[in-house]
Design a protein around this ligand. Structure first.
Ligand SMILES: NC(=O)C1=CN([C@@H]2O[C@H](COP(=O)(O)OP(=O)(O)OC[C@H]3O[C@@H](n4cnc5c(N)ncnc54)[C@H](O)[C@@H]3O)[C@@H](O)[C@H]2O)C=CC1
Ligand SMILES: O=C([O-])CC(=O)C(=O)O
Length: 271
């Protein structure tokens, strides 16, 4: 059975661990790690089938087949190359880290040299299947508009560096418009989905991102438009935010669980 280690015991990490423990994903939960050891310790006691050990990454990678990163972009730099070098597959949630071309190339090279897979779940968006098919032909444009309640954008480098008072926003306000490579640095905990779109489609320079703070919404809304030789499509997801972390949509967690389910199942459905 697939042996999994989870790095990041926050909103998504907890959901993934629960899904493994409940048998939704046919795998063994071997180890967990969080830089906040208290969060990891609290989580460890919550399972009925598994008793994952709290393990530093260097030890974890010796005991698992697949490392799940659901921590932060910084963690991708620290743990993913190490996991691949140790012949572990990886599933990455903090996909924005891959805007760093050096890191992206290194991850691809290490995965290839060590015969490992790197999985990027769809996250809180719909339409990656269509984009992947369409990108076999010519793509003209990919845009994503992300609309969140202002407090869902709190703490992002863009908001902090520009001294934006989110409480004073009374109408929908476009805070950012630009390429995905800049968007994922400006809003590292909000637009990882734009990074996943970039990897699946036309890259971080050409994928365009608009971030709107909108006090009239209670959901995290992602609208995607893709145009190309195939024609065009749009998708819109109105996501329920996770109660524990309003920046993160519930669908993001479900998407990671669905990817793990696919990995651990003989049946593969969809593009
Ligand atoms: N790909 C996608 O579509 C989506 C990606 N995300 C990203 O997934 C990641 C997890 O999201 P949530 O669970 O909502 O976040 P969270 O903030 O609830 O939990 C993150 C946990 O990771 C830990 N952590 C952070 N950096 C770490 C490091 N360097 N080493 C070890 N532990 C570390 C924190 O202490 C925290 O317990 C975030 O980076 C988030 O931005 C979130 C939503 C959608
Ligand atoms: O969960 C969401 O709505 C999307 C998100 O935070 C991200 O992609 O980083």
């Amino acid at each position: 059975m697939l042996r999994i280690g989870v790095v990041g015991c926050g909103t998504i990490g907890r959901g993934i661990c629960r899904a493994i423990d409940e048998g939704v994903v046919k795998a063994e939960l071997i180890a967990v790690y969080d830089r906040n050891a208290c969060d990891a310790e609290k989580l460890r006691g919550q399972f009925s089938r598994f008793s994952p050990e709290f393990m530093e990454i260097a030890k974890m990678v010796k005991h698992i087949d697949l490392l799940v990163e659901c921590a932060s972009q910084e963690a991708v730099h620290d743990v993913v190359p190490l996991a691949l070098t140790s012949h572990c597959d990886v599933l990455i949630l903090s996909v924005g880290a891959l805007a760093d071309e050096g890191l992206r190339n290194r991850i691809e090279e290490l995965a290839s040299e060590n015969s490992c897979k790197v999985y990027l779940p769809s996250g809180a968006i719909a339409g990656l299947d269509g984009l992947k098919s369409a990108s076999i032909g010519e793509i003209h444009s990919v845009t994503i508009t992300t609309r969140k309640p202002p407090q869902g954008l709190a703490g992002s480098p863009f908001v902090v560096m520009n001294n934006i008072d989110l409480d004073s926003i009374s109408d929908a306000t476009v805070l950012f418009e630009g390429p995905a490579k800049d968007a994922v640095k400006a809003f590292p905990a909000n637009v990882n989905v734009a990074a996943t779109l970039s990897v699946a489609g036309i890259g971080f320079e050409r994928t365009l991102v608009r971030v709107i703070a909108d006090p009239s919404v209670t959901r995290n809304i992602h609208e995607i438009t893709v145009k190309g030789a195939f024609g065009e499509f749009s998708s819109k997801v109105e996501n329920v935010p996770s109660p524990a972390n309003p920046k993160t949509s519930y669908l993001a967690q479900l998407s990671a669980i669905a990817t793990l389910k696919k990995i651990s199942s003989p049946l593969q459905v969809g593009t």
